[in-house]
Design a protein around this ligand. Structure first.
Ligand SMILES: NC(=O)c1ccc[n+]([C@@H]2O[C@H](COP(=O)([O-])OP(=O)(O)OC[C@H]3O[C@@H](n4cnc5c(N)ncnc54)[C@H](OP(=O)(O)O)[C@@H]3O)[C@@H](O)[C@H]2O)c1
Length: 426
């Protein structure tokens, strides 16, 4: 993986250094310590609740680099995930607080002000002394772990391991739609589902909830890996998922989804992003006694720790998991697993390549300016996602940068045109 990182690095450095020449404004940000030490604008919550708790402020301290492995990113775009809506309401608060700071569990207010937003596409502005893969000016993307301050802010700081060079073909708005769902899908498919680029070919995989953020990414990843992909979704999403490569589509609203799936050859892996009742009826669609795996993204772990406390909740979750693992293994030889998001910059490097090869497209359903973060949350809360909802955080900078690049291109083109003219005259 280190070798991959190095390959990506040299390529991206070459691209970003030429880009940096045209983006003098950003270089100033990178080199001006005073600019990096003040306050920034962000959407924060000071308490858990409904959309009314979201608050815009310009008085949040800039998250400066505080360890040698950290990378500070100027956020250009962020995207929302169902987790943001849940976290706004307090989901996972106890476990995430423990993860943030093990000594602060007894302090009921210490996580506030909390910044939500799990995806970032932006530009590196500062690096710790041990950072080797990134330099100021690099265009990067990343998924922000839920225990860290999020990306609905001007700046976010992550460890080098969590960050990756952004695909060159995507705008920041497009790029921000991918990292969190990509890290989740890869962690679930590879670590829990036992699939990878070399082993997925011709494997039959069922994705439930194929029309959402995770589903629209996972279809494309699995098709790039050569798998045969069946998807459950609403009828009006069939065109979308087929366009992304789904081989078979089952309309779960038709009432006979279980029967439709029964007519098909059984599956090697199911990635369930719906859970609940779906878990009951899809389980029987896996090939018995052949190493088939059921991986669900909908787990009771954080609900349990929220409602029962950390110890009882974790024990209850482990008990639930163990009993399902045992029951499915004994009854049909099926591996029952929980899938989780995991931070993984090198995995995003691989996704970046697939994007630049045109094998994975961003699916951006809705975009909102930074001033309309509450509206973006409302959109997500309404459900029926068809891909991702993105927030454009640094619109002005984007425009200024594009203008600078455009101007420098125009100047270059003009000077190039002048050369032959002069040459002819001579
Ligand atoms: N464990 C983890 O670390 C982790 C990480 C990421 C996501 N997740 C969870 O995974 C789930 C999916 O995430 P996401 O980002 O893809 O959510 P999303 O973008 O909101 O998409 C959900 C999709 O499922 C569809 N849907 C709803 N009910 C369905 C059903 N019964 N059968 C088939 N499709 C159905 C929805 O469209 P219609 O309602 O129009 O059909 C929507 O397109 C969420 O519960 C999320 O919290 C877990």
């Amino acid at each position: 993986m280190a070798a991959t990182r190095l390959l990506c690095l040299s390529y991206a450095r070459a691209a970003s250094s030429s880009k940096a020449l045209g983006r003098a404004g950003w270089r100033n940000v990178c080199t001006s310590p005073s600019r990096l030490q003040g306050c920034m604008s962000a959407w924060v919550i000071d308490q858990y609740g409904t959309n009314g708790v979201l608050k815009y402020t310009e008085e949040i301290s800039i998250p400066t680099v505080s360890s040698p492995q950290e990378v500070m990113i100027k956020v250009h775009a962020a995207s929302l995930n169902p987790l943001d809506v849940s976290m706004r309401g307090g989901y996972g608060a106890k476990l995430l607080k423990l993860r943030r700071d093990p000594l602060s569990v007894m302090d009921s207010d210490s996580e506030f002000p909390l910044i939500l937003g799990r995806d970032v596409s932006g530009v590196v502005v500062d690096c710790g002394s041990e950072v080797t893969h990134f330099a100021p000016g690099d265009e990067v993307w990343a998924a922000v772990p839920p225990w860290k301050q999020g990306s609905l802010a001007e700046f976010v700081t992550l460890t080098e391991y969590e960050v990756s060079h952004k695909p060159k073909l995507l705008s920041h708005t497009e790029a921000a739609s991918i990292p969190y769902v990509a890290n989740t899908a890869l962690s679930a498919l590879v670590n829990a589902g036992g699939l990878c680029r070399d082993s997925a070919s011709n494997k039959r995989v069922l994705i439930t909830g194929g029309s959402g953020g995770v589903g629209t990414f996972t279809i494309q990843l699995l098709k790039a890996w050569g798998a045969n992909v069946t998807v459950t979704c609403s009828q009006n999403a069939e065109g979308l998922v087929r366009g992304l490569g789904a081989d078979e589509v089952v309309d779960y609203t038709a009432g006979d989804a279980a029967e439709q799936l029964e007519m098909m050859e059984k599956f090697d892996v199911i990635l369930d992003s719906v859970g609940g009742e779906t878990e009951q009826w899809v389980m029987g669609k896996l090939k018995p006694w052949s190493g088939a795996k059921y991986v669900t993204l909908v787990t009771p772990l954080l609900h349990n720790t929220d409602s029962m406390g950390l110890l009882d909740g974790a024990l209850s979750a482990v008990f639930t998991l163990n009993s399902k693992v045992t029951q499915n293994m004994i009854s049909s030889g099926i591996f029952y697993r929980w899938g989780f998001y995991a931070p993984d910059g090198p995995a995003l490097d691989e996704v970046s390549k697939l994007v630049d090869e045109g094998k994975i497209l961003p699916v951006v359903e809705a975009q909102f300016p930074f001033t309309q973060v509450p509206q973006a949350f409302q959109k997500l809360e309404e459900g029926h996602a068809r891909g991702k909802t993105v927030v454009r955080v640094a619109e002005e900078d984007d425009r200024q940068a594009e203008e600078l690049v455009q101007n420098s291109r125009t100047e270059t083109a003009e000077s190039e045109q002048e050369v032959p003219k002069t040459a002819k005259q001579h």
